[in-house]
Design a protein around this ligand. Structure first.
Ligand SMILES: *[C@@H]1O[C@H](CO)[C@@H](O)[C@H](O)[C@H]1NC(C)=O
Ligand SMILES: *[C@@H]1O[C@H](CO)[C@@H](O)[C@H](O)[C@H]1NC(C)=O
Ligand SMILES: *[C@@H]1O[C@H](CO)[C@@H](O)[C@H](O)[C@H]1NC(C)=O
Ligand SMILES: *[C@@H]1O[C@H](CO)[C@@H](O)[C@H](O)[C@H]1NC(C)=O
Length: 209
């Protein structure tokens, strides 16, 4: 009995050692969970940085998947946030175009949707402008560049909010399903863009790393 217990313990240790060896000498242990590879410092950095935003949970959720790329670089963080906003405008644009083909929309609903499609496409264009200015940023024109980045991104936020205003509190919008879908998607664009503005601001006020 005693012997069996010792043997069993020995086998457990052996298996553990073998697994460890497998992990050290191959990529097997990492390949199944690639998002666990980036070092914890990077995730903590995103958590802390997102704390300055208005929607910290959304901020963390949308950026933590890019932790390995962002590392602890505030510029890459802000750039990635703008890019995530841009991707959301593109998704939203597809959804809005599909909704605009819904049968039986009343004239007010069709008009509000047309406006939103235009506004979200403007947001998309403006976020691209913001990212372009971010790429052109250099130490000799830092504050000028930051001001351009913020101007473009603020315009994107304004257009997104205007889209939501066309549906919220508009008594002529009857189709709740269309309304909910528009608002859900537009709200995400607005929130991500608001977060991006906060992250650009904190990049601008910190060191220029
Ligand atoms: C994680 O990265 C930071 C900064 O690059 C480094 O100082 C730290 O040693 C790393 N930690 C681990 C566990 O790799
Ligand atoms: C985030 O902010 C809250 C207060 O708003 C604070 O209690 C918390 O410690 C902060 N977390 C980090 C990681 O900075
Ligand atoms: C922005 O996202 C696209 C994919 O949606 C990616 O190909 C591109 O490299 C990203 N750019 C930056 C600056 O993060
Ligand atoms: C800032 O300076 C860099 C380097 O001289 C230049 O390439 C870039 O176009 C400038 N950006 C702006 C916004 O003027």
């Amino acid at each position: 009995m005693d012997y069996m217990l010792k043997l069993s313990a020995f086998l457990h240790v052996l298996v553990a050692l073998l697994i460890l060896q497998l992990c050290n000498h191959t990529n097997l242990c990492y390949s199944a969970t690639p998002t666990l590879v980036p070092n914890k410092t990077y995730f903590n950095y995103i958590t802390t940085s997102c704390n300055v935003t208005r929607y910290p949970k959304l901020c963390y959720k949308s950026l933590s998947i890019f932790a390995a790329k962002i590392k602890t670089n505030p510029k890459v963080l802000a750039q990635t946030a703008l890019n995530v906003s841009l991707a959301a405008t593109e998704t939203t644009s597809v959804v809005l175009n599909r909704l605009s083909k819904t049968q039986g929309l009343n004239p007010a609903e069709s008009a509000a949707l047309r406006d939103c499609i235009e506004l979200i496409d403007d947001s998309s264009y403006e976020l691209q402008g913001s990212m372009r200015e971010m790429r052109r940023l250099a130490s000799e024109n830092f504050s000028f560049g930051i001001s351009n980045i913020l101007t473009w991104a603020s315009a994107a936020l304004t257009n997104c909010v205007t889209c939501m205003d066309g549906f919220e509190g508009n008594d002529n919008i009857m189709d709740e399903e269309v309304k909910d879908s528009v608002l859900r998607h537009a709200r995400k664009v607005c929130r991500l863009t608001s977060n991006s503005l906060a992250l650009v601001n904190s990049y601008a006020s910190g060191d220029q790393g």
